[in-house]
Design a protein around this ligand. Structure first.
Ligand code: PRP
Ligand code: HPA
Length: 180
């Protein structure tokens, strides 16, 4: 798996430092509240499990599965809800936990949906942010690392559902795509 990586974009050490910083920022901002961290499957799973351990205060966790990429390198533009929340969120403080914001389409669809459920607040926490690719202007409240316009894998991010378990974020060698 690692032999297919051309270069590292976010190292394991930088991941740990970034998650610790975000956990602290959230903890300060949500003092006295019990936020619900909503993990967007599958990419955000690794970030989510690290983030909630860096958040040392009462919180709840929930999961949603939304898909727009499938096996493709480009967002399809069509966002499908594959798994919805199990609980009502009216009056609750929500933190959407994402691995990456790219075009912003996934987030736009999610925010629209959650707004109809009358949450008290909706904030976005994304480990990676790729502003160069943005098609929809979404506000990201908590950003881990701003990354260049390259297709990334690792720490939850996949190519054809693989590479999510790499403990760093990197770029694949071009020949990996050419083989497919
Ligand atoms: O800003 P956008 O262009 O919408 O891209 C961001 C979304 O794309 C990825 O999900 P994907 O649909 O690939 O599903 P996955 O997390 O299960 O890999 C990622 O996890 C975000 O949810
Ligand atoms: O760079 C990326 N890599 C993997 N999945 C993604 N989904 C949006 N952007 C990316």
């Amino acid at each position: 798996m690692r032999e297919n990586i051309e270069k590292t974009i976010v190292s394991t050490e930088e991941i740990q430092k970034t998650v610790a910083r975000l956990g602290q920022e959230l903890q300060t901002d949500y003092q006295g509240k019990v936020p619900i961290f909503i993990c967007i499957l599958k990419g955000a799973v690794l970030f989510m499990t690290d983030l909630i351990r860096a958040y040392d205060a009462p919180a709840e966790i929930e999961f949603m599965d939304v898909s727009s990429y499938g096996d493709a390198l480009e967002s399809s533009g069509e966002v499908r809800i594959l798994k919805d929340l199990d609980i009502p969120v009216k009056g609750r403080d929500l933190v959407i936990v994402e691995d990456i914001i790219d075009t912003g389409r996934t987030l736009e669809a999610l925010i629209k949906l959650l707004q109809t459920r009358e949450a008290a607040s909706i904030k976005i926490c994304s480990f990676l942010n790729k502003p160069a690719r943005r098609l929809i202007n979404v506000h990201v409240d908590y950003t881990g690392v701003t990354v260049p316009d390259e297709f990334l894998v690792g720490y939850g991010l996949d190519y054809k559902n693989q590479y999510r378990n790499l403990p760093f974020v990197g770029v694949l060698k071009p020949e990996v795509y050419e083989q497919n």
